[in-house]
Design a protein around this ligand. Structure first.
Ligand code: 5AD
Ligand code: SF4
Length: 450
């Protein structure tokens, strides 16, 4: 019998890609493959890609270039590209890169086993980049065999919004949702294996269930009933679709963490209009006020794009105003990157690279200052922390997350704390994390030694 093939998956991009990579890993493991930590040593190398910005695509192309000598050294090695770049330029990629064996788009990930088999057994180079355009629902039950304390679950795919800068609707297709029954089944199975927190994933998650009678609010309510589950989160929300049913849950449902990612992209109404975001800056701020009324201690995070076509100094200052008014606990800040095929691609990319970079630096400085100030305010207080694992870099610290999704290093926790929610007194804070001591350390040590 042949030795089992070894597999390495390199993942770029968003959490949905991390989830998809996990799924492909499970499928290939079930076919007998073993996981290889070192990319250069693996028999099968799979790159799961992102095309949200030009830079993300460049990284993939450059990595593919570096893999050429590996393939030359061992022509039997299988190299595959998955994900959004595969969807966008898969066929061209296979033509342009002779050492690439197969390409699979986001909707083809469940076929990855057959694709690898085709290459290994029959030497077939192929592309599976068909978007699943059939109806509004799909099924993709969990495969995970060794779940973590905090897990991500994709509950829907695609996006119907067509913001003018965004490639997602082109590479991930129209919105389709899994059923509440299937998702809650996943959650129950994860919890039975030790998971304590789930984060539901969708590109435009507030419209989960579109085309059916099911809604995100119902999904959250049903998930809330799962015994043993401690925390629920979801990403990514769209301000227009963040309705009162969802907002009011933040004050009412104990397991729903008081943290929400609500991208605003720009503070200028003129820019928002050209982005086709379907809300004004004032409407966005109204949603924020409603969220804070429902849940005063809610942590808010956002995405921002600077340098969108036609963005003036004045437009940009309005973005700065929203950042300083809302005081986000985290912000993902990007310079605009034209994506072929999108509507904004036809507009002139007229903000110079220097101005984009300067604006980005200003938003970064402001948000960092705010985050650091806010984090420092937590010093002396108690955070409820779900301990996820030992901190690999620091060796002896344990690592977890607060309700606000802040990384917390716990200096005196032991292995018995992993998978538990513990009270941590914060003693240090900086722009990226909190540090502190487990208040009931003695008690758990005793429990652990029983
Ligand atoms: N250029 C820059 N940023 C973009 N994003 C999406 N498309 C682009 C683009 N073409 C950002 C948005 C989105 C996040 C996931 O990526 O802010 O919310
Ligand atoms: Fe892209 Fe999000 Fe807009 Fe959908 S809602 S088009 S994923 S930015």
């Amino acid at each position: 019998m042949d030795a089992p093939l070894s597999l390495h998956i390199k993942t770029f991009g968003c959490q949905m890609n991390v989830y998809d990579s996990g799924r492909m890993g499970e499928i290939l493991k079930a076919q007998g493959m073993t996981y290889e930590e070192r990319l250069g040593e693996a028999d099968v190398i799979l790159i799961n890609t992102c095309s949200i910005r030009d830079k993300a695509e460049h990284k993939v192309l450059s990595l593919l270039g570096q893999l050429k000598p590996l393939k030359e050294k061992n022509p039997k090695r299988v190299i595959g590209v998955a994900g959004c770049v595969g969807q966008r330029i898969g066929r061209q990629l296979l033509q342009r890169v002779p050492h690439l064996d197969f390409v699979v788009g986001p909707d083809g990930i469940d076929h990855v086993g057959e694709l690898v088999d085709g290459v290994v057994k029959r030497g077939e180079r192929c592309v599976d980049a068909k978007l699943d355009t059939d109806g509004r629902s799909y099924s993709q039950p969990l495969l995970s065999t060794a779940p973590k304390v905090a897990e991500y679950i994709t509950v829907m795919k695609g996006c119907d919004h067509f913001c003018t800068y965004c490639i997602v609707p082109f590479v991930r297709g129209r919105e389709k949702s899994r059923s509440i029954q299937e998702i809650v089944g996943d959650v129950e199975r994860l919890v039975a294996q030790g998971t304590k927190e789930v984060t539901f994933l969708g590109q435009n998650i507030n419209t989960y269930g579109k085309g059916s009678a099911e809604t995100l609010a119902q999904l959250i309510e049903r998930t809330h009933e799962v015994r043993g589950l401690e925390r629920i989160r979801y990403v990514t929300s769209h301000p227009r679709d963040m309705g009162m049913d969802l907002i009011s849950q933040f004050g009412n449902l104990e397991k729903l963490c008081p943290a929400l990612h609500l991208p605003f992209q720009s503070g200028s109404d003129a820019v928002l209009k050209r982005m086709s975001r379907l809300y004004t800056s004032a409407e966005y701020l109204k949603k924020i006020a409603a969220l804070r009324e429902a849940c005063p201690d809610i942590a808010l995070s956002a995405d921002v794009i600077v340098g969108f076509p036609g963005e003036t100094d004045e437009d940009f200052e309005q973005t700065m105003t929203v950042l300083s008014e809302v005081r986000f606990s985290l912000a993902f800040l990007f310079t605009y990157s034209p994506r072929p095929g999108t509507k904004a691609y036809e507009l002139s990319d007229d903000v110079s690279r220097e101005v984009k970079e300067e604006r980005l630096a200003r938003t970064m400085k402001l948000t960092m200052e705010i985050i650091e100030e806010e984090n420092r305010k937590r010093i002396g207080g108690i955070e409820s922390v779900l301990v996820e694992s030992i901190d690999k870099k620091k060796g002896r610290y344990f690592f977890g997350r607060s309700l606000h999704n802040k990384i917390v290093h716990v200096l005196n926790a032991g292995p018995a704390c992993v998978g538990k929610v513990i009270d941590v007194e914060v003693t240090e804070a900086n722009g990226s994390n909190l540090k502190g001591y487990y208040v009931d350390a003695e008690r758990i040590d005793r429990v652990a030694s029983l």
